[in-house]
Structures are given as C-alpha cells and as structure tokens.
Write a protein that binds this ligand. Structure first.
Ligand code: SF4
Length: 268
C-alpha cells in the first residue's frame, strides 16, 4: 500500500494540551507510518478521512516558518498524533527544520520510537531546556510484528537512549503501554536505569486503543485482556506494578492510569 502524503498549511504551531507534563503540543505530522495497532491517536482518522491509520500522513509544511515568530511559555511536547522521527522525516527533514528555527528557550519535550532522533543531537544541545524520551516496552518477535510493525526494535531504542545520555542530553524512558503478562516493568527498568534521567509509565488505555486492538488482545492474549478489563483484577495488578516502580529507586515523573479510574501520579 502506497503511503498517502497530504500537504497542508497550519495556522499556528503550538496548541494547548492536557497531556501530562506538558502545556502545549506541536504536531508537524498528523498520522504515523509506525502504525502501532494500539495507537491512541487513531481517532484522528475521524477528521482526516484518507484511509486506515498508518496509510496516510498529513504534513504541515509551513511549521518551520511559523515557529520563527511564535513563542509560548510552558512545556511543549513534540508530537502527540504522529512520531516526529517516523521514516518520512528522512526525506522532509521537517522536524529538523522546526528545531533549527524554534526559539531555543522553548522548554521542549520530545517522545519518539525511532533512532532517527540521534541525527539531531547537536541541535538538541542548543536548547536551554530539553528532554528526549524513547518509548520502551517488551514487544519483540511475532508480537512486535503484529502490534508495532514498523518502528525500530526495543533493543535499538534502548541503545538510542544510551547514546543520547552519553551525549549529555537529558533522557527519559516512557514505559508504555503496560499490558499484563506482555510487559515486564521491572526488567525494563533494569535494562534502562543506567542511562535515563527519569521515567514516565503508562498503563494501557484499553478504550483509546480501539476495537481492532481490543479484539486482537482478546483473541491472542485472553488472560491479559481479562485481567485488564476486570475492575478488581486491574486495580490489584496496577497496585503491584506501582509498588515495583516505587521500590526501584529511580526518578519517576509520572504514572498514568486510565482504568478503572483515570489517575496521574506524579514524582516519586
Ligand atoms: S509511534 Fe506513536 S504515534 Fe506512531 S503509531 Fe505508534 S503509538 Fe501512534
């Protein structure tokens, strides 16, 4: 299937957001070639009617120009409805040009699943306050092919964190989505703790992950599905994992829980 690229012009660069840890978001890409089956941003297909999530990308071509004159106070999260370092970035260099033109006093927080982020290390160093995070989980082999088919491997993401950290960039690991029996949080902490400054954790948002993912989980990993969709069992599981996190002696910026009730626990 050929990727549909839709070129658009945005009116502004920064939009207010309720994303934990951020005040604004900048999305140069809407849509994502990584096409994670559980992606919460799939809802964008309601407004961008170009096909299934992963088959199209809207590219905001004029953002490098807009960021030259637009400034905001507060933390800006780069990319919430697409990955700033998905493969198309190799060609467009849109993210790179935005970073070049952005006010270097902007408090920037970048989250990606791609090692392409390493290309911009020298640019990151120009910012006064920047954090670069990689999403890390335990998906590999057949499981990765089915639910995260096109993003770099977890091994490569962990290596990327290491290189960023060694380059003096403030780094964080975003352990997400935490799914019972599929993600070993303790192991991920141990694999990353030597080269991240802090962590964010997020338990799977079953509702936002969409029907296709829920059906897939139910069929392929019924134990995980049953546990996470049962109020009492989910609560018990979350408590146990939070205990593991608390006892890990790491810096935690937040733990996001969506079910049975929405909670954002901050700073341990
Ligand atoms: S990398 Fe992020 S934005 Fe892209 S499909 Fe996966 S979860 Fe969605």
């Amino acid at each position: 299937m050929e990727l549909k690229i839709i070129k658009i012009n945005a009116k502004r660069a920064f939009t207010k957001t309720k994303i934990p840890g951020a005040n604004y978001v900048i999305n140069q890409y809407v849509g994502c070639e990584h096409a994670c089956l559980y992606c919460y941003a799939k809802f964008m297909c309601r407004w961008y009617k170009y096909g299934k999530w992963g088959e199209w990308i809207a590219v905001k071509e004029n953002l490098p120009e807009i960021v030259k004159r637009e400034n905001v106070k507060g933390v800006v999260c780069m990319s919430s409805v697409g990955d700033a370092y998905q493969p198309i970035e190799n060609k467009t260099k849109l993210t790179k040009r935005i970073l070049e033109n952005m006010n270097k006093k902007t408090k920037l927080k970048i989250l990606t699943k791609s090692d392409l982020v390493l290309r911009d290390i020298e640019l990151f160093k120009e910012f006064e306050d920047i954090e670069v995070g990689l999403t890390v989980n335990d998906f590999d082999g057949k499981l990765k092919k089915e639910i995260e088919p096109f993003s770099p491997s977890n091994e490569r993401r962990i290596e990327t964190l290491k290189i960023l950290n060694e380059s003096g960039i403030k780094t964080y690991a975003f352990i997400s989505p935490i799914i019972p029996k599929l993600v070993d949080v303790e192991n991920l902490i141990n694999e990353t703790r030597d080269f991240v400054d802090f962590y964010w954790f997020e338990f799977l948002n079953l509702k936002a992950s969409g029907k296709e993912f829920r059906d897939w989980l139910k069929q392929n990993y019924p134990e995980s599905y049953n546990l996470i969709s049962d109020k009492d069992r989910a609560e018990k599981y979350i408590k146990e994992v939070v205990e593991i996190i608390k006892n890990s002696n790491i810096s935690v910026k937040g733990i996001c829980v969506h079910y049975p009730k929405r909670v954002i626990c901050k700073s341990y």
